[in-house]
Design a protein around this ligand. Sequence first.
Ligand SMILES: Nc1ncnc2c1ncn2[C@@H]1O[C@H](COP(=O)(O)OP(=O)(O)O)[C@@H](O)[C@H]1O
Ligand SMILES: [Mg+2]
Length: 313
Amino acid sequence: MEAVKSTELRKTFGDIIAVDSLNLHVSPGTIFGLLGPNGAGKSTTIRLLSTLLYPDSGTASVHYFDILEDPVAVRRITGVLPEEGNHTHYDSLSAYENLEYFAKLYDVSKDKIHTRIEELLNFMNLWDRKDDKAGELSTGNRQRLALCRALLHEPKVLLLDEPTSALDPIAAKRVRELILNLSKTYGQTFFINSHNLAEVQRICDQIAIINEGKILISGSTSELRATLQTEQEYRIRIIGDVDYAISIIEAEEFVESVEAEVDTIVAMIKNPIENNSILMKKLLDAGVQIVEFAEEETTLEDLYLQVVTGGDV
Ligand SMILES: Nc1ncnc2c1ncn2[C@@H]1O[C@H](COP(=O)(O)OP(=O)(O)O)[C@@H](O)[C@H]1O
Ligand SMILES: [Mg+2]
């Protein structure tokens, strides 16, 4: 069973197809990243999943509850961090009072409210700020308060729309650590919208790349690499005559490009699984002493550009 599932989910605004026949499958306990450029349909997807919007067609379920048949149950087991700017705190209430208000709204049992709020505010390093008015908190602290609110009723599934978009790098790192920490501690499912490739790469187990309302590709980071990657850059460090080594490397038709810096050669190799050993053998047979033959890291960014632009970078 999936913690989040959508079937041919579709939402239009006039002529704009914001979400186009979306089929998503997110396993329980996963940190899932929906990655895509601005306007790709990420926020609309979260609004549909959190029952704030009604789809034109198709449906979805969150923790096995259908968004159309059982929206109340969906809301009960889901914690939502809306897009930045849509945080619905009461500015004149303190951080604590805001959480108290929402805890009551979520039916958190009375004897648990205080402990729960204290636990969350401590978790987010916000306890010292508990008496500050929400409207006077820094953007980062507001975002963390919004996360507290999303977590108040111990939801099984968290839908987070660009959770670090408004944060400085240090605060963003804290939120990422928090998500990882929560996932490890409580095993909740996280559905995270992001246009930040590095972020998704750091914390997500599973990724789907969305553009113009459509999922272009999905899988684990390593699966995505394996699917997309037909060539890979290698760093070859040698002892001896670099020009001589380059002449051997260049001669191979499977070598796409070669560059050198002092004793290190960077070569782009097609079908590396087959061709690396051939190249290594050629170098060794020619008497070149190899000190290092290592894969240069391919970032998700490279793959993302390849997918979103159709390789037309
Ligand atoms: N309420 C709305 N009314 C009209 N168009 C909308 C509305 N919400 C989103 N859109 C449009 O739908 C598309 C997807 O938007 P959105 O889901 O916000 O993308 P993302 O979150 O990936 O940036 C965009 O073209 C956006 O302009
Ligand atoms: Mg958005």
